[in-house]
Design a protein around this ligand. Structure first.
Ligand code: 5GP
Length: 204
């Protein structure tokens, strides 16, 4: 069932039987801006929300858990899923592929559960086109220097990879105008509170 079909069905219901409508919330922004930290500080139960688990071809990091942070796939498995049209969006990032399976979105919306997509900007644009009702939030660092030091301190990438992510971050920052909401990540808890307030306001 598509989100559009659901809307039509919900509109036909008497007002008293309608439950708050579930929606897709896109949390995007340049790599290293702290999207994951901010997302982890959201009270998902309070927001009636679940995280979409993406597919990626990158290697797992120490903090990763298969099926929880990502589903880790080989490039061949990823391409086969693309060919089967299983992704709501997918994009290349730092030499790897990332994608959101449609099932991660549509199953939850059908059950009335909000879905959080923490994704990079090209995938976010695809979601905005495919699901125009989705709420888009762009997280920005207070300054680009701050982003550089966060990427370096994270210590998860080589110097070349950090430089590639930084060059891309400069381009990604210009895409903020396409988003409904821009949140400055000056402090993870403050930013998470602002994101939660946006979600609650949109879910009303
Ligand atoms: P990382 O390798 O640091 O986990 O993620 C790299 C980038 O890919 C981050 O900006 C992250 O938000 C983004 N990302 C994670 N999952 C997806 C996805 O399913 N689709 C897209 N387009 N980007 C994703």
């Amino acid at each position: 069932m598509t989100v559009a079909n659901l809307d039509t069905k919900a509109e036909q219901m008497p007002e008293s039987e309608k439950s708050p409508r579930a929606n897709i919330f896109i949390l995007s922004g340049p790599s290293g801006v702290g999207k994951r930290t901010v997302r982890e500080r959201l009270d998902m139960e309070d927001l009636n929300m679940e995280n979409s688990v993406s597919w990626t071809t990158r290697a797992p990091r120490a903090e990763d858990e298969e099926g929880v942070t990502y589903h880790f796939a080989t490039p061949e498995e990823f391409e086969a899923a693309v060919a089967r049209d299983e992704f709501a969006e997918h994009a290349g990032f730092a030499d790897h592929a990332y994608g959101t399976p449609r099932s991660q979105i549509e199953g939850r919306i059908a059950k009335g559960i909000n879905v959080m997509l923490e994704i990079e900007v090209n995938g976010a644009e695809q979601v905005m086109e495919k699901y125009p009702e989705a709420v888009s939030i762009f997280l920005v660092p207070p300054t680009l220097e701050e982003l550089e030091s966060r990427l370096k301190n994270r210590g998860t990438e080589s110097e070349d990879a950090v430089n590639a992510r930084l060059a891309r971050a400069r381009v990604e920052m210009d895409m903020r105008t396409k988003y409904q909401h821009v949140v400055v990540n000056d402090d993870a808890q403050r930013a998470a509170d602002e994101v939660a307030a946006i979600i609650k306001e949109c879910a009303e």
